[in-house]
Design a protein around this ligand. Structure first.
Ligand code: AMP
Ligand code: TRP
Length: 330
């Protein structure tokens, strides 16, 4: 039987090449032979305050990018999280089956809250909502970047815990899917930190919608080192290794092949070639994006996606509520 695949991206800021190489590219590859559901997780985005009209347009931006990178609504379900009520509903049930101790250990929460007592409760509960997203669709496989490993583990722990208490077939226990190359793209200005949507320096990341001038500037300025050798060694050469990973991912080559191709040559030439391959890879995405974002079909696609996702979610919610003895019908 085809595996059920589920993943989501937050509608915050511009999607960057880390999101693309770590997550979106996998989403596209998995479409053949699997039963895929891809979500724009808008409820996750409001864990930090958002301007409503900006949020709404960011939702449509990510939806258009999903389609522009190659997600095909004929093959996959594409929808917005808050259009299916089961996510928030299941999230509550899972919150009652997760521990404050395990949530306190989530590194994302620790990084974002920094012990601040007025951090929103939603930021604390964020991974439980993510678990609900995944478990709501009897998901087998979750393609994500490495930074989500801890959240996937938590999802598995909660699923197993509930199954032990309420019956083995309450939830499907999912597996994360992490790429060997691209699962963690680092910031261009600081290759010891991951490329992130929230960085202050615009040259720390490359957005999928950046123009050629911006791409060139960001790559030519990227932090390297002084030994001049194009060698993959993330421990002692994090900057160059990151550029090798990006080059390889766009050119469809492993790190070892990139090293071989560039042996004995300089950083300047390598960066120029990286600019070329990045621009060539992003250009078709940007062209499709412009068309899709301005077309009225986008909303219809998302509504249709929400209906199809909702039908699957509803069945799972009936089963979960039955196992827990919730509701009048039980
Ligand atoms: P987010 O931007 O947090 O909604 O992330 C969307 C997807 O991109 C998730 O699967 C992340 O794991 C992945 N991702 C985010 N940043 C990176 C990165 N720097 N390298 C690789 N994957 C990433
Ligand atoms: N937490 C994920 C991130 O920040 C986004 C996300 C929310 C997600 N729900 C999900 C990813 C379900 C995979 C499956 O990247």
């Amino acid at each position: 039987m085809a595996a059920r695949v589920f993943s989501g991206v937050q509608p915050t800021g511009n999607i960057h090449i880390g999101n693309y190489l770590g997550a979106l590219k996998q989403f596209v590859d998995l479409q053949t032979g699997n039963d895929c559901i891809y979500c724009i997780v808008d409820l996750h985005a409001i864990t930090v305050p958002k301007d409503p009209s900006e949020l709404n347009s960011a939702i449509l931006d990510v939806a258009a990018l999903y389609l522009a990178v190659g997600l095909d609504p004929g093959k996959s379900i594409v929808f917005v999280q808050s259009d299916v009520s089961g996510h928030a509903e299941l999230s509550w049930i899972l919150m009652c089956n997760s521990y404050t101790g395990e949530l306190s250990r989530m590194t994302q929460f620790k990084d974002k809250s920094r012990g601040n007592e007025s951090a929103p409760t939603g930021l604390f509960a964020y991974p439980v909502l993510m678990a609900a997203d995944i478990l709501l669709y009897d998901t087998d496989v979750v393609p994500v970047g490495n930074d989500q490993k801890q959240h996937i583990e938590l999802t598995r722990d909660i699923a197993i815990r509930v199954n032990n208490k309420y019956g083995e077939d309450t939830f499907v226990v999912p597996e994360g899917r992490f790429l060997k190359e691209g699962a963690r793209i680092m910031a261009l200005d600081d290759p010891t930190a991951k490329m992130s949507k929230s960085a202050e320096n615009p040259h720390s990341s490359i957005s999928l919608l950046d123009d050629e001038g911006k791409i060139k500037k960001s790559i030519m300025r990227a932090t390297t080192d002084s030994d001049g050798e194009i060698r993959f060694d993330p421990g002692s050469k994090p900057g160059v290794s990151n550029l090798i990973t990006i080059y390889g991912a766009f050119a469809g080559m492993g790190a070892a092949d990139v090293e071989r191709e560039w042996a004995g040559r300089g950083y300047g030439d390598f960066k120029k070639a990286l600019v070329e391959v990045t621009i060539d890879s992003l250009r078709p995405i940007q062209e499709r994006y412009a068309e899709i974002r301005s077309s009225g079909d986008l909303i219809t696609t998302l509504k249709d996606g929400a209906e199809r996702a909702g039908a699957i979610a509803e069945k799972v919610m009936v089963r979960v509520k039955d196992r827990f003895g919730l509701g009048a019908a039980g």
